[in-house]
Write a protein that binds this ligand. Structure first.
Ligand code: FPP
Length: 239
């Protein structure tokens, strides 16, 4: 136990794998999409809780590159839900000082969703209370692969000496180049996996896995995850 002075007790950046919407729907004898709709309420609660606790960056794994393989109906439902959330929550984001951002292959998204997102990103760009980062069509291996391609291009064009490539170079070429690494990774619904999420960035993150399904995860569960984080002693490989 104990919390050394060098480790602040409130994480600056919390990243969440929001899992279990499908299982929640099944438990309630509802279609899968109702599980995602219920999950939307948890998103709202957790965003508010993050602000209340003074968290500065919140990254939510909303749609992975692998998720495109789900049945067409579910993909369309999720895209519609996403578009609705952005449209309906835009004024609230303004009031709460939320800056909306995304990581991932935004170009893969349907144009209607992309346009809605880009307008919201532009409208909220000067807000400073919380950076809400949605991982959309996101995959960590794709992100790292794209970073390698871009570094290789810089080497080929003559500007970059391969011997000078270091960890900072790699970080600077990721989608998250201007976002600090997550201090805390939360995964709901009990699975002990990282599922291609922020693999480079979570190198030193504390991991909190809860059996609670995402639609049942709210302010209380978020506070518990933060209390768990505050009890950890972070050593970053040192003693
Ligand atoms: C994982 O549950 C969840 C998703 C693939 C989508 C997450 C989307 C939301 C919470 C909806 C709204 C969010 C935003 C940010 C607008 P799953 O379907 O894999 O659950 P299962 O493993 O139980 O089947």
């Amino acid at each position: 136990m104990g919390n050394p002075g060098s480790s602040p007790s409130v994480p600056r950046h919390v990243a969440i794998i929001m899992d279990g919407n499908g299982r929640w729907a099944k438990q309630h004898h509802l279609p899968r999409l109702s599980g995602h709709e219920a999950g939307r309420k948890s998103v709202k609660q957790v965003v508010q809780a993050a602000i209340d606790h003074g968290v500065k960056y919140l990254t939510l794994y909303a749609f992975s590159v692998e998720n495109w393989q789900r049945p067409r109906e579910e993909v369309q439902g999720l895209m519609g839900l996403l578009r609705g959330v952005i449209r309906e929550e835009l004024s609230e984001m303004g009031k709460e000082g939320i800056r909306l951002r995304t990581i991932g292959r935004r170009q893969d998204l349907p144009s209607a969703v992309r346009e809605e997102l880009e307008a919201a990103i532009e409208k909220t760009k000067n807000n400073t209370r919380l950076d809400l980062i949605l991982a959309l069509s996101y995959g960590s291996r794709v992100e790292i692969t794209e970073a390698v391609q871009s570094i290789a291009r810089e080497v080929k064009d003559g500007g970059l000496d391969p011997e000078k490539i270091n960890e900072k170079t790699v970080s600077a070429h990721l989608y998250t180049h201007d976002i600090p690494d997550p201090d805390l990774l939360i995964r709901t619904s009990g699975e002990m996996r990282v599922s291609n999420f922020l693999l480079w960035q979570i190198s030193y993150a504390e991991i909190h896995v809860t059996p609670v399904l995402w639609p049942d995860f709210g302010k209380k569960e978020f506070s518990e995850a933060l209390a768990d984080f505050a009890r950890r002693e972070r050593r970053f490989g040192g003693l």
